[in-house]
Design a protein around this ligand. Structure first.
Ligand code: TYD
Ligand code: MG
Length: 461
């Protein structure tokens, strides 16, 4: 039985143990032991070709003699998805697509796979979460009652692999990797060991048959894919769905892409008939205040190649003995740092106050260019004074209180000017030349330090 052959390996140090323990006996890390089969399946090396998958020959050759064939791509016809993928699905590529339950992973993939099937590709949709009838119901809802996408309701890896080998589809969707299990392991579907083992086998199959495989992965409460590290290393492309399930907008972000740019985003709106691409998304994350309110500052963030205007909200309220610092869509550690800089360099003290900040619309802003907007929103909330109408700010703020430039500042300013914003506080190095006409209507205040930014804002009251 598989049970006798199981050993446990540590994901941190690679140490092994014959039984499961909470703590790795080699490196003392907690909860890092996961089950793996001790012996290769009879007669073959189970893992040999997973790691050698992209280089099937074992001959040593200089790089110049290795043919660098360009990847064959299959555009899905859904522009926003193709944009994050870097132009379409790559033959033999493995894409992992993660996101909260209900955010629209199955919807988008069904739309994509249907479009590919219609364009003459061979596809396969493996559903482990829903029955065939449920998938059929979704396809009706999406307005695709005549869809010819072959659906396989199955969760056993060996059977899925068999179907992949026999049908040789161009694209296969596995919805989701957490429901798939292999006979070779005793642990339950969804466990790290199962997810890792199944993903490894599917990856190997993708490389050897040229099938593009899309793995759907669920995100745990902590925001990581179950079995996160291992999966991210194994696959070629990792896409994450973001957005508030309560709002209609969804972002797809490429976290890793061996075949294209990372940090490119695709923007969609969830409609009655599935996800529709939003080709001009710059203004969708602005909440519509008729008059400016305290604690709100708009920033321009640069997502991949497109600038996006996002409202940052802050609420500062008197707190208890240990005041809270909470952030949604922004880094909390960074918030603590910004509060310290605000106190030390601009004399704005929030020591006894609860501070909450939020990036509107469920967007996650990872770039430090949000710093200035966060600090101005906090100050505005603390003073109870709104920033002027049509105000934007961006720029990284350092520990010494200096305001550092953001990449491609002029593109950000151009977008703000285009959308009718009137006043901008930006890092000096991002300010355009005096005679540049492309920012007309936008008064730009270049600043070098956070104190200066505060002064400018007070002067605008
Ligand atoms: P789904 O794709 O099932 O999410 P996931 O696979 O990520 O768990 O998305 C389901 C949600 O999307 C559900 O709440 C209903 C909504 N939805 C629409 O609003 N319009 C549609 O056309 C479809 C198919 C779903
Ligand atoms: Mg689903």
């Amino acid at each position: 039985m598989a049970k006798d052959k199981s050993i446990f390996t540590c994901t941190e140090c690679g140490g092994t143990s014959a039984r499961w323990m909470g703590k790795c006996p080699s490196c003392n890390a907690w909860n890092t032991l996961i089950e793996a089969s001790a012996e290769p399946a009879a007669g073959k090396n189970r893992f040999g070709s997973v790691h050698a998958s992209l280089a099937p020959t074992s001959e040593v050759l200089p790089l110049s003699q290795i043919e660098a064939a360009d990847f064959e791509r299959h555009p899905t016809g859904i522009d926003e998805l193709d944009r994050v993928l870097g132009g379409g699905m790559v033959e033999g590529g493995v894409v992992l697509i993660g996101g909260d339950p209900g955010i629209g992973k199955s919807t988008l993939l069904l739309q994509a796979v249907d479009a590919l099937q219609r364009s003459g590709m061979n596809t396969l949709y493996v559903t482990g979460e829903e029955s065939g009838a449920q998938v059929a119901m979704r396809s009706r809802r999406l307005g695709l009652p005549d869809s010819l996408v072959p659906v396989l309701p199955e969760i056993q890896l060996e059977k899925i692999l068999h179907t992949l080998q026999s049908r040789k589809p161009n694209i296969a969707i596995i919805d989701s990797i957490q429901t798939v299990y292999s006979d070779q392991l005793t642990s339950a579907p969804g466990s790290v060991a199962q997810v890792r083992e199944c993903a490894a086998h599917l990856t190997r199959t993708a490389k050897s048959t040229g099938t593009t495989i899309v793995l759907v992965g669920h995100v745990t409460k902590e925001g990581a894919l179950a079995g996160p590290r291992v999966l991210e290393h194994m696959v070629d492309t990792v896409l994450y769905f973001e957005g508030d399930t309560h709002s209609n907008f969804r972002l797809i972000r490429a976290i890793k892409n061996r075949f294209g740019a990372v940090n490119e985003i695709g923007v969609f709106a969830m409609t009655e008939k599935g996800l529709k691409g939003v080709s001009n998304p710059s203004a969708i994350f602005l909440s519509q205040h008729t008059e400016p309110v305290p604690g709100s500052c708009v920033m321009v963030t640069l997502e991949g190649s497109r600038p996006l205007l996002v409202e940052i909200q802050a609420l500062v309220d008197s707190g208890g003995p240990s005041p809270r610092r909470l952030s949604v869509g922004l880094e909390r550690d960074r918030l603590a740092m910004l509060l310290a800089v605000l106190h030390r360099h601009a004399g704005v003290a929030c020591m006894d106050q609860d501070v909450f900040v939020n990036a509107v619309g469920g967007v996650h802003i990872r770039e430090p260019a949000a710093d200035l907007a966060v600090m101005l929103a906090i100050t505005s909330s603390l003073r109870g004074k709104p920033l002027p109408k049509g105000f934007i700010a961006f720029g990284e703020v350092g520990l010494a209180g200096e305001v550092r430039p953001a990449p491609r500042g002029q593109d950000r300013l151009k977008e703000a000017a285009k959308l009718g914003f009137k006043v901008a506080v930006v890092p000096k190095a991002n300010a355009p030349k005096k005679n540049d006409k492309s920012f007309e209507g936008l008064t730009i205040y270049p600043v070098d330090r956070i104190e200066e930014a505060m002064q400018v804002v007070r002067g605008l009251d």
